[in-house]
Every structure is written in structure tokens, then in C-alpha cells.
Design a protein around this ligand. Structure first.
Ligand code: ADP
Ligand code: MG
Length: 566
């Protein structure tokens, strides 16, 4: 059973001070913390009027005795820590002893509670932080906290509350975030006497995820685990196809506590890397357990921020775990789905495209006369749609490949590997090409000749706005140079030479210009060669901007379209 004590002044003074009750959802958050800490097996949240009229959180946890009830609304009264040193090893969600008194001071709050071993319970009534009454009452074991008329005595704060609908959205979000990791607890959320969400208790974390994210996403999620000294991570990662414009489905937990942290979100985004388009977020749940002495949770009153003693290491562990999980999953996917087991037969009877190339094909690295090397597992090319999408017969359906995105990836990775190994293939032009730029562009290009030459572009100022292009990377032979360099200027301007992101962004622009365009006719052999090169890439699923390179239609989906099956 609990024993609530008032914290000594020297402990209390070390706790991050500040307001915890901003809106109804903060009340729900604090009360859920308490019910989970009390070891509840069932928690029911009932809300009326978006929580402005009433919030009730009932649990079947440890309950409180009459003495504890009287103490729980005092400031710095907690059963969860005693000393300053406990602050550095927090295992419970609560520890500040501030939530109930804060909520009580801005509402009419009743706490009804009965510990398991007692035959009857007690009800404590408060209003505006003052004790109204405490009386014995019959009630189930556990605790029920009823909060009415939030901010009734603080009109200035009440004014800032939004519509019941908006406040309810915040409550639903908080409720879901809190329920996700505690799959062994049955959670129910009711609004105006209707059940909005019910998460039945389950031993299966994926099942809890599916009640929250839907079955399609939960089934598609990949599982990653990581175990290092003092650090254990279990994560569920939705493939990039399920990405969203908002980070509302990034769930991060440290020792069962929901954390919202920019740094950790950045680690997740870095792990997904170029699988995401700019501004997109994945759907992901990360459950991290770490020795509580390795972190400081006493940073912010809402306890949703954390400081690591070894933040950089944690960051790296997360990035690598995600990278490994996503890339191995892709390879498995390819083996299973895409690659025909037989070698590709020659191009079928349909004539190869008629329009001859005036120049050699753009993506070939070898001299044109050399036979392109074809990986044996390349899917069979059956045609091309609109001179833009390569269509392939894959083992269990139809594979569509965006030729531009695919070639962009190839040019990007080839350039990057060349650059990193210091073996970028550069060609010196026999006759330098004269290029004109705007005054502004000329100034920036003039200052960046060193940076450009690292990327294999030798540009020499010829006076005024004119430059001479003397050498270029072999892969970019057919680029329209004025257009390309004009687009590169903004990237150069914001660049910081040693930053990896700068390199990636410059390479992305190079790849985009160097790649074969949609609408450009490719021969069957060129398409097969393109696919073969693509399969050798580290990240064959997305172009450097995160756009998908291919889409796959399984026979089952095709049969559904034609009503051959349901
Ligand atoms: P904290 O959670 O930081 O300790 P609170 O003000 O939220 O502070 O709660 C004060 C104390 O009241 C807790 O330490 C706990 O002992 C008791 N308490 C609060 N809610 C419950 C509950 N649902 N079940 C059992 N005990 C509770
Ligand atoms: Mg608490």
C-alpha cells in the first residue's frame, strides 16, 4: 500500500516547477499517470463537454487510505520518492506530488478511493483547492477522481479553452499516447456517455498498435530490437508508404513514459533518411528502456522532455537500428516478390522503341560499345507506359518503375560513392563551354569554385557574368548546364562545406539533372540495364528526394479489380 509523505523542502525545491494544468487534456494526462502508477488493470476515462464540464478517471489500482486521501491534495505530497537521490532513479510516471493539488486548485475535485484490504472507502471533496469534506462511502477498490468545472475560479484561463470538440481531440490524443505502451491494461475513453475508444488488455503489442493505427498499418509494421549496455529498444516501424505530413504518429516512450523530443524525432527522421520526402514523418512506435540513472526526466513540469547523459550515443543507436531494419526488410521484400527466378528472356516480340538516340544513352557508365552487365535477378521488362514508367512482370504481379526516379537514385549513389572514395569520374571538355549567368548567380559561383571542383565541376570566371566550363563529372555529360547551375546556386549559398546534408543536397540536384527524364524513350535493353543497376543500389526504393521509385500490384489486387476474386 502507498504511504504519502510531504517532501522535505530541499527535495521539493529541486523539482522542475511550473504549471501542469493547461487544459482538460493535461488533467487526463496526470490522472492517467496516477492510475498507471497505482498498478491498475483497468482504467476508464469519462468526459463531458470536452472535459470542460467534467472529467472522471477511474481505476482498479492500489487505492488510498483515508490518511492518504487527506494528504494527496497537499503540495509536494507523494508516495513515489523520498530523497534527492530518488530524483535520479525515477521508475514511476509521477514523482512531483503536484498534480492533484494543482488540479484541485482550479476545479471542483472529488477523489473516491478504497485500498484492496479495506471494506469501505472514503470520498474527499475539494473546491478551488479547499477541503470541503471527507466521508466514508461504499465503493469498488481503486480510485476514482472526478474533476468538474475546470477553471471555474480562474476566468482568465477558462477564456483560453477551445471548443469542446477541439479539447476532446487533445484528450483523445493524450489518451491514445498513454494507452499505447501499456497493452496489459484495459483502457476505455467515453465522451458524453458514448465509448470513443476501447483498448482491451492484450499480451500482443501489435494488437494494441492495430487498435490505434488500424490493421493495415500495424500489419505492415516492421519490428526492430536493440540491446546494448543499459539500453533496450523495441520498435515498430511502418514502411515509408505510410508516411504522413504530420508527426502525430511518431510515438516515443522512455521507460513507459511518452516523450516529445525534437532530438529523438530527428534521430528517427535520419534513420528513415531518403525514404521520406521533405516534411514527412513516418508512423512509428519506439519503446526504449534505459537505466533511470542515465536520464533526467525532471526537466519540465509535464515530464515529456528528457535529458540523456549520453545523448549522442542514444541518437546513433536509434539511427542505426532504423536503417538496418528498413534496408534488410527491403532486400527480403525484393527476393520474395520481385525477382523472377528465371533469367530474363530476350525482349518479347514487340518492337523496341523506334526513335533512335542522337546521343549515347545517358545513364551508361561504360563506353557505349560494352555490353551492360545485367544482374541475373532483374525482373522481366514487358513494356513502357508513356515513356515514363517501366512495366515489369514480377513473380507475383506487376511492377511499375518510374524511370526518372530510378535513374536519379543511380546517378546520386554513383556520384556519392565516387565522391567519398575520391574517385569521381571527371571528363575535361576539349572545347570549354561558355556560360552566362545573372549578376547575383555569377557572384556566388565565383566564390564557390573550390566547392564546385570537389564535385567535379571546373568553372572558370571569364570576366563579367561569363564563365568557362572546363570539366564535368562523366555522369552529367548531357546536362543543360545553365539550368543546372542556376538551380545549384541556392543550394551552394546555404551550404556549409563540411555538412553531410549540403553534400546530399548538391548531389540531389546533380542527380535530378543528370537523370533520364520521364517522357524520354528507352530501349528494352536500356530499361533492363537500368533495373539491373537499380538493384545494386543501397536504397533502391526511393529517389534522393524521397519519392517512390516503384509501385507494385500483386495479382490478388489485380484480380480484385477484375472481380475475379473478392
Ligand atoms: P505524484 O504522482 O507526483 O506522486 P500526485 O499529486 O499526482 O503526485 O499524487 C499524489 C499521490 O497520491 C501519489 O503519490 C499517490 O500516492 C496518490 N495517488 C494519486 N492518484 C492515485 C491513484 N489513482 N491510485 C492510488 N494512489 C494515487
Ligand atoms: Mg501524479
Amino acid at each position: 500500500m502507498n504511504h504519502i509523505r510531504i517532501l522535505a523542502e530541499k527535495v521539493a525545491s529541486q523539482i522542475a516547477a511550473g504549471e501542469v494544468v493547461e487544459r482538460p487534456a493535461s488533467v487526463v494526462r496526470e490522472l492517467l499517470d496516477n492510475s498507471i502508477d497505482a498498478g491498475a488493470g483497468r482504467i476508464r476515462v469519462s468526459v463531458e463537454g470536452g472535459g470542460k464540464r467534467q472529467i472522471r478517471v477511474a481505476d482498479d489500482g492500489s487505492g488510498m487510505s483515508k490518511d492518504d486521501l487527506l494528504l494527496c491534495v497537499e503540495r509536494h505530497a507523494t508516495s513515489k520518492i523520498k530523497s534527492v537521490s530518488d530524483l535520479f532513479a525515477i521508475k514511476t510516471l509521477g514523482f512531483r506530488g503536484e498534480a492533484l493539488p494543482s488540479i484541485a486548485s482550479v476545479s471542483k475535485m472529488d477523489v473516491t478511493s478504497r485500498p484492496v484490504q479495506d471494506l469501505s472507502g472514503h470520498r474527499l471533496k475539494t473546491a478551488g483547492g479547499r477541503l470541503v469534506s471527507i466521508e466514508e462511502t461504499g465503493c469498488p477498490t481503486g480510485t476514482s477522481v472526478m474533476v468538474r468545472d475546470l477553471f471555474y475560479n480562474v476566468p482568465a484561463r477558462k477564456k483560453f479553452l477551445r471548443t469542446p470538440g477541439t479539447e476532446m481531440d487533445h484528450i483523445t490524443d493524450t489518451f491514445s499516447r498513454w494507452a499505447l505502451p501499456y497493452s496489459e491494461i484495459d483502457f476505455r475513453l467515453e465522451s458524453n456517455n458514448q465509448t470513443l475508444l476501447h483498448f482491451p488488455a492484450t499480451e500482443n503489442q501489435r494488437y494494441r498498435l492495430s487498435t490505434l493505427l488500424g490493421r493495415r498499418v500495424a500489419d505492415a509494421m516492421l519490428e526492430a530490437t536493440e540491446k546494448t549496455d543499459g539500453l533496450e529498444i523495441d520498435a515498430y516501424l511502418a514502411p515509408w508508404e505510410f508516411s504522413r505530413k504530420r508527426g502525430d504518429r511518431v510515438f516515443f516512450y522512455i521507460n513507459g513514459r511518452n516523450i516529445r523530443d525534437r532530438y529523438l524525432t530527428r534521430a528517427i527522421l535520419e534513420g528513415y533518411g531518403q525514404r521520406l520526402m521533405k516534411g514527412q514523418y513516418p508512423q512509428i512506435a519506439v519503446f526504449m528502456n534505459i537505466d533511470p540513472s542515465e536520464i533526467d526526466i525532471n526537466v519540465h513540469p509535464t515530464k515529456q522532455e528528457v535529458r540523456f547523459h549520453n545523448g549522442r550515443i542514444v541518437f546513433q543507436v536509434i539511427v542505426r537500428m532504423i536503417e538496418r531494419c528498413l534496408s534488410s526488410a527491403f532486400k527480403g521484400f525484393l527476393d520474395k516478390e520481385f525477382s523472377g527466378s528465371e533469367p530474363p528472356p530476350p525482349f518479347p516480340a514487340g518492337e523496341p522503341p523506334q526513335r533512335p538516340f542522337s546521343t549515347p544513352i545517358p545513364f551508361r557508365e561504360e563506353p557505349p560499345e560494352a555490353e551492360p552487365r545485367i544482374t541475373k535477378d532483374v525482373p522481366l521488362v514487358i513494356g513502357n507506359l508513356g515513356n515514363t514508367y517501366i512495366l515489369c512482370q514480377a513473380r507475383d504481379g506487376l511492377l511499375m518503375v518510374d524511370q526518372h526516379a530510378a535513374h536519379e537514385r543511380i546517378v546520386y549513389e554513383t556520384l556519392k560513392k565516387g565522391l567519398l572514395k575520391g574517385r569521381l569520374q571527371v571528363q575535361t571538355l576539349l572545347i570549354p563551354k561558355e556560360l552566362e549567368f545573372s549578376l547575383k548567380e555569377a557572384k556566388i559561383l565565383n566564390e564557390s569554385s573550390e566547392l564546385l571542383s570537389r564535385f567535379g565541376i571546373e568553372l572558370e570566371h571569364f570576366g563579367g557574368n561569363t564563365f568557362l566550363l572546363r570539366a564535368i563529372p562523366v555522369l552529367l555529360e548531357r546536362v543543360v548546364w545553365e539550368d543546372f547551375l542556376s538551380e545549384l546556386v541556392p543550394e551552394i549559398r546555404k551550404s556549409r562545406p563540411e555538412d553531410n546534408r549540403t553534400i546530399d543536397e548538391i548531389l540531389s540536384v546533380m542527380a535530378c539533372h543528370g537523370a533520364v527524364r520521364g517522357g524520354h524513350t528507352l530501349t528494352a535493353q536500356e530499361m533492363t540495364h537500368l533495373l539491373s543497376q537499380l538493384l545494386e543500389m543501397d536504397l533502391p526504393s526511393n529517389c534522393p528526394h524521397g519519392r517512390p521509385i516503384f509501385r507494385y500490384l500483386h495479382y490478388q489486387e489485380i484480380e480484385k479489380m477484375f472481380k475475379r476474386s473478392v
